[in-house]
Write a protein that binds this ligand. Structure first.
Ligand code: C2E
Ligand code: CA
Ligand code: CA
Ligand code: CA
Length: 275
């Protein structure tokens, strides 16, 4: 390193690529973010189309950096996975989500996203048990959202962990369904409680026949397998009507509400109750 013009030390090589530099800087900030309490959970309602009411909320992680502002999860979660930070971060998310959900009305569930890397950690089942114990949240109110990549390679340990969690009463949802490579075979490897239809199909379903038929196929598949189907990314009334017509059980999206801070949950519940 050497002094720059303003007498500050520069720790990077001048030849270093600008992308690498900004990535390193993000990594440094990310490593400190937990201690500095810069994370928060936002919540997006999941709407039960039959009962015509909110069935729960999905917890979505937010990083509020003092200088960078709100860093979207797509920008820091892959990095957190790469640098091995996702285990600690995921534990924080589970604890916070259970703690916050324990103060909600009993009929409301909380859905938490769990990354493939967290599943590779043998302590995941314990981390979840601790979060439930500490918060006294009933296990059936906690739903884990996993993607197909968790099941990639069909690891017997992962399947065993999923069965163990299900036996304890937790619900398991398959997220982003339809975007992977061999979706159907994953439905055979584990009895999911819920399939979340990826928003790319929902978005196109009113315009493209192919997407509409895919949504139809997924809901009918879910029905025959006894799994709930949830349409993600519903933004318009047209899309909502389409999803209802195809027999989706639940819907989630900006049409109902954007993800909101925990302090705004009560008002979100009220506004959806009154239409
Ligand atoms: P996801 O699990 O598929 O979450 C849904 C994403 O779609 C969220 O983005 C949500 O804000 C967005 N969304 C919801 N409704 C609509 C809509 O009507 N239109 C559009 N255009 N978007 C909608 P977000 O919050 O930016 O999260 C992105 C991804 O980051 C999530 O996708 C999930 O994979 C990951 N993520 C978020 N929180 C966590 C977490 O706590 N742990 C882990 N491992 N991953 C997380
Ligand atoms: Ca999700
Ligand atoms: Ca999703
Ligand atoms: Ca996604």
């Amino acid at each position: 390193s050497k002094m720059d013009g303003r007498g500050k030390w520069r720790f990077f090589e001048p030849a270093m690529d600008a992308n690498v530099q900004s990535r390193r800087a993000l990594e440094v900030d990310l490593r400190e973010a937990l201690e500095k309490d810069e994370f928060a959970l936002f919540y997006q309602p999941i709407y039960d189309l039959r009962k015509d009411r909110i069935s729960g909320f999905e917890a979505l992680l937010r990083w509020q950096h003092p200088k960078r502002g709100m860093v979207p999860p797509d920008q820091f979660i892959p990095l957190a996975e790469e640098i091995g930070l996702i285990t600690a971060l995921g534990e924080w998310v589970l604890n916070r989500a259970c703690e916050q959900a324990s103060s909600w009305p009993n009929e409301l569930k909380v859905a938490v996203n769990v990354s493939p890397t967290q599943f590779r950690d043998a302590s995941l089942a314990n981390v979840i048990a601790n979060a439930l114990d500490r918060s006294a949240l009933a296990p059936h109110r906690l739903e884990l959202e996993i993607t197909e990549s968790v099941l990639l390679g069909n690891s017997t340990e992962t399947i065993a962990t999923l069965h163990e969690l299900k036996a304890r009463g937790l619900r398991i949802a398959l997220d982003d369904f339809g975007t992977g490579y061999s979706s159907l075979s994953y439905l055979r490897s584990f009895p999911f409680d819920k399939i979340k239809i990826d928003q790319s199909f929902v978005r196109d379903a009113t315009a493209t026949k192919g997407s509409k038929l895919i949504v139809r196929a997924i809901t009918s598949l879910g029905r025959s397998l006894g799994m709930t189907t949830t349409a993600e990314g519903v933004e318009t009334v047209e899309q909502l009507n389409q999803m209802k017509a195809e027999g989706c059980n639940e819907a989630q999206g900006f049409l109902f509400s954007r993800p909101v801070p925990a302090t705004e949950l009560a008002i979100t519940i009220l506004s959806l109750r009154n239409g």
